[in-house]
Ligand binder design. Structure first.
Ligand code: KIV
Ligand code: ZN
Length: 554
């Protein structure tokens, strides 16, 4: 590894943040992201100060390769404003074989700092039932894979999958061989979230003490949350000596998810006396990262989620409110501003001009928007300000997510009209602009107003699908609040977009999320639905052998 490499910047008082939102996070059921969304998230991870960004699993599909390659090309060189002053390392995941490794390298090599992350299971359960190889063959494959990766790249991470259920003695032999073969980071995954903090901390300590060459590598931890212990296990691993934490924004990931970036970072930050460790994370970017990931993946953040939940800084009980008024120290261990929650809830009104709006956007961290995007958002803001007395930061965030963070439009919503009530059959008329620029209009009945709108859109767009999730939430308090709708759809024919799960090697069908915001929740629902359909159609266009649009009416 060269002098600029990750190890060179590592000191014993700091922990590297390896973010896998775009790889393990994207393996969450339904968390399909398109390339533009992945790029936007990668840019935010860079602003956040993430040290290593695992951008994807390049062999999984041409779309995954392209996303990793574009992140390596467009985000890989960015240093602007990064707390560490260095660009992120861009990592690509590969199973322990030459084809995967070569593909991962092709995808990441353009980034000034890049890493190959290769893995092979080491638990007897996985060796016997999944890989059908014995321990000797396992060691051979690891050595061959790591050695090959090192011929391509100076920065090679190896992960013994299911380490949490592997025999520690065997694990130390495998890891010792991986170090000899040239691994520079050894990552210990609790793949199925099975261990407890004591056990996991002990395992890290044992491996660091008993693996030959342990002091030549960075030790890393990667935990899953099946028993709700991912944060505790990760912190136990760090206490035992690990100096890299693998995390995802909002804790999204396979099954119950991965360790939450925001939880472990804020634990180190808030309890500095306990851990005596720092990270390169700019904590004020956490809220924005959380909202962006939630909007793009369609995975809502539970309101009582630590750090980023809607109630994380709310004080409801009278006795707590009374204490807070006397001193915020009574019930607040972190200040909301530290994680980027603005203290000024009432920011702009209908008399605010374009300049004030632009300044507010900049204060909120939206520095990369083009003039066109600002103009579009300003138009929406003005219309909203006409309806609401005051426009809060949360409203502005919803507008930006709705207008800017959307997939490229194949179908555009012009307008909808709905009639409903307890004595009538809900009926909707929908007017859309199609991909050919023509106007399409149709009407349908439904079991409710949202269903009627969706049926009318289906009649025009003609892509059969099942709505697998629908949620609506108010972004601020009050009857005039903006409603944010998040939905997920799965293509009916099951061929929307197949990707390979890196752990099982099996293809699975993606679901597509969409989000929309408006003071009218039927309009927000229509926007969310069209956003999901646009994503689904774009994925099909990337794979021309799959069935495309079947326009029904003109
Ligand atoms: O959980 C796991 O084992 C993984 C590996 C690929 C690191 O995600
Ligand atoms: Zn994982």
């Amino acid at each position: 590894m060269d002098e600029d490499g990750v190890r060179a910047q590592q000191d014993q008082d700091s922990v590297l943040i390896f973010d896998t939102t775009l790889r393990d996070g994207e393996q969450s059921p339904g968390a399909t992201l398109n390339v533009e969304e992945k790029l936007e998230i990668a840019r935010q991870l860079s602003r956040l100060g993430v040290d290593i960004c695992e951008a994807g699993f390049p062999i999984a599909s041409p779309g995954d390769f392209e996303a990793v390659h574009r992140i390596a090309t467009e985000v890989g060189p960015l240093t602007h404003g990064r707390p560490s002053g260095q660009p992120m390392v861009i990592a690509g995941l590969a199973r322990a074989n030459q084809k995967d490794i070569a593909r991962a390298y092709e995808a990441v090599k353009v980034a000034p700092r890049h890493r190959i992350h290769t893995f092979l299971a080491t638990s007897d359960i996985h060796l016997k039932h999944k890989l059908k190889i014995d321990r000797e063959e396992c060691i051979e494959q690891v050595v061959e894979a790591v050695r090959y990766a090192r011929t391509l790249c100076d920065d090679v991470e190896f992960s013994p999958e299911d380490a949490g259920r592997s025999d520690p003695e065997f694990l130390s032999v495998v890891l010792g061989q991986a170090i000899k073969a040239g691994a520079t980071t050894l990552n210990i995954p609790d793949t199925v979230g099975y261990t407890t903090p004591d056990e996991f901390g002990w395992l890290i300590g044992y491996l660091m003490e008993n693996t030959p060459g342990a002091d030549q590598v960075i030790w890393s931890v990667h935990c899953h949350d099946d028993l709700g212990l991912a944060t505790a296990n990760t912190l136990a691993g760090v206490k035992a000596g690990a100096r890299q934490m693998e995390v995802t924004v909002n804790g999204i990931g396979e099954r119950a998810g991965n360790t939450s970036l925001e939880e472990v970072v804020m634990a180190l930050h808030t309890r500095h006396q306990v851990f005596n460790l720092r990270t390169n994370i700019d904590t004020t970017q956490i809220t924005r990262a959380s909202r962006m990931v939630s909007a793009y993946t369609g995975i809502a953040v539970q309101s009582n989620k630590a750090i980023v939940g809607a109630n994380a800084f709310a004080h409801e009980a009278g006795i707590h409110q009374d204490g807070m008024l006397k001193s915020h120290l009574t019930y607040e261990i972190m200040q909301p501003e530290t994680v980027g929650l603005s203290s000024s809830r009432l920011v702009l009104g209908k008399h605010s001009g374009r300049h004030a709006f632009r300044v507010r956007l900049q204060e909120m961290g939206y520095n990369g928007l083009s003039d066109d995007e600002i103009n579009i958002a300003f138009g929406r803001f003005k219309r909203l300000a006409d309806k609401k007395k005051v426009v809060a930061d949360a409203d502005i965030e919803a507008i930006i997510a709705d207008e800017i963070y959307q997939p490229p439009e194949i179908w555009h919503l012009n307008h909808i009209q709905v009639s409903c009530g307890d004595h009538s059959i809900p009926t909707a008329t929908v007017n859309l602009t199609g991909p050919d620029g023509d106007i399409y209009q149709d009407a349908a009945l439904g079991s409710g107003p949202v269903d009627a709108v969706y049926q009318a859109i289906n009649r025009i767009v003609g892509t059969p699908n099942t709505l697998t999730e629908f949620s609506v939430k108010a972004v601020t308090e009050g009857i005039d609040a903006v409603g944010e709708v998040t939905i997920r759809v799965q293509p009916h024919n099951g061929e929307g977009d197949q990707v390979v799960n890196p752990q099982t090697g099996r293809p699975f069908i993606r679901t597509f999320s969409g989000h929309g915001a408006s003071t009218d929740i039927i309009v927000a629902s229509a926007r969310a639905y069209l956003s999901a359909l646009n994503k689904m159609l774009a994925a099909r266009e990337e794979q021309p052998n799959l069935p495309g649009r079947q326009a029904v009416t003109g």
